[in-house]
Design a protein around this ligand. Structure first.
Ligand SMILES: Cc1cc2nc3c(=O)[nH]c(=O)nc-3n(C[C@H](O)[C@H](O)[C@H](O)COP(=O)(O)O)c2cc1C
Length: 416
């Protein structure tokens, strides 16, 4: 019976254990988690979501308060078009996070950064150009393009000295999206180095509509593997979404995938950025609390625990400080939903906005409990303590469980 360790992901001459920990913003997939995975010989991700904010917290910069001070007179305005990011600060926050992570890297694995196109930051093209190039300049091993079709993203990096040596890939949820992307990259004579195929059971935003349950990862992977083979295009395909055990992973590796990308099991690792108290909510969550809703202002459905504090909260939009989801015109669906609710209840101090959520503030504060579908199984991966809480795991334990387990077994950690 095979285990994941019988396989390797190859990039040219470099070989890694075919386990990738997916990017989880905002700072859920921390540098500590990525470093541990790289030490163990796999691929870890950091995320570039809201990096100026993350940089303030981790590296004592003052990007958020400076931006808030600059635009404070706009706080009560619905029109946020003047609220722009300072591109030099965006670049500096990427440089800090990426270079500090890469300097600390040990082992034979790799560290990639996850870049979401939907983080439009009131100037989609220029902020994305800045983020991508700053990560390359700061020495990241690779970039995973996500949350969007990224039809112009390779173009934004094409003049970078590392454009052809860094590993560049994309997350897609359909063959159609992949074909569109490949057509664009062919013009630059630069194929992606990997393609992550993410199915409907993943955490975060989904590349499906509310009919997500009608799709199945094995079917989409088979379609993409067959297409690439027929076109004689050799790009490693990486399956993601709902791969909960080593045995689940082996099934994809035997079906032609070069690796798997996993995340949910690592949300309860001590190296993960989710605060310990919230990690207990992930452990406690039940199957009927797994919810896919439309509260994200991005327009993509998002999976979260139904008790997530972000759902129905009615906080004032905080775009002067954050504003990561402002589109090219300075709008965000949450601002509209919030203003409509205020207009309906002008005398109420506290309102509830059900339709959309202020994702920047809630993700930043770990109050949007986004999760993969199998979060309700996390309680089966550890011990229950005498006080009713669950024992937090180490990333090493979870990684090795994926790497070596067979027969759908999940190894419990040593009892603390
Ligand atoms: C808490 C959480 C946050 C996530 N955030 C992001 C993100 O910011 N960007 C992204 O591309 N994918 C994100 N994902 C998706 C993961 O990177 C990964 O591809 C997917 O969840 C794998 O499926 P699994 O969680 O069932 O193992 C997130 C997943 C989780 C569980």
């Amino acid at each position: 019976m095979k285990c994941v360790d019988d396989f390797r992901l190859r990039f040219g001459k470099q070989e890694v254990v075919p386990i990738i920990i997916g990017g989880m913003g905002v700072d859920i997939s921390t540098a500590d988690l990525a470093l541990e995975v790289s030490r163990l010989g796999g691929i870890g991700h950091i995320s570039d979501a809201m990096l100026p904010t993350v940089s303030d917290r981790r590296y004592k910069t003052k990007f958020v308060s400076e931006k808030q001070k600059q635009y404070k007179l706009n706080i009560l305005e619905a029109d946020k078009s003047i609220v722009q990011f300072d591109l030099a600060q965006v670049a500096e926050s990427s440089r800090l996070h990426v270079s500090k992570t890469m300097e600390a890297k040990r082992g034979d694995g790799m560290i990639f950064v996850n870049c979401m196109e939907k983080l439009t930051m009131n100037s989609p093209r220029e902020t994305l150009r800045t983020r991508l190039n700053a990560a390359l300049d700061a020495g990241i091993d690779g970039i995973t393009l996500s949350a969007g079709l990224h039809l112009g993203s390779f173009e934004l990096m094409k003049d970078n000295a590392r454009f052809r040596d860094a590993k560049l890939g994309i997350i897609v949820s359909s063959l159609r999206a992949l074909i569109l992307f490949l057509r664009k990259t062919a013009r630059l004579d630069r194929l992606p180095d990997f393609v992550v195929v993410e199915g409907p059971l993943a955490g975060g935003h989904l590349g499906f509509g509310m009919d997500w349950a009608e799709y199945d990862l094995h079917t989409i992977v088979a379609e993409i593997v067959a297409h690439l083979k027929a076109e004689h295009v050799d790009i490693p395909v990486i399956a993601a979404g709902g791969i909960f055990t080593g045995t689940d992973a082996v099934a994809f590796l035997e079906a032609g995938c070069a690796a798997v990308q996993v995340a949910t099991r690592f949300t309860v690792a001590k190296e993960c950025g989710i605060p310990a108290k919230v990690q207990q909510e992930y452990f406690k969550a039940t199957e009927d609390q797994m919810e896919v809703n439309n509260t994200s202002p991005t327009g993509y459905p998002m999976r979260m625990i139904s008790t997530s504090p972000s759902i129905g909260a009615g906080i004032r939009p905080n775009c002067e400080a954050y504003g990561y989801l402002l589109d090219a015109n300075g709008s965000c669906a949450y601002i509209n939903a919030y203003n409509a609710e205020v207009a309906l209840h002008p005398d109420e101090k506290k309102i509830s906005v059900k339709e959309k959520t202020c994702l920047c503030t809630h993700m930043r504060n770990y109050d949007c409990w986004t999760c993969g579908h199998y979060t309700y199984r996390l309680k089966d991966t550890t011990h229950r303590n005498a006080d009713g809480t669950y024992q937090i795991l180490s990333a090493e334990h979870i990684f090795h469980d994926y790497q070596f387990s067979v027969d759908n077994k999940i190894k419990l950690p040593a009892k603390q």
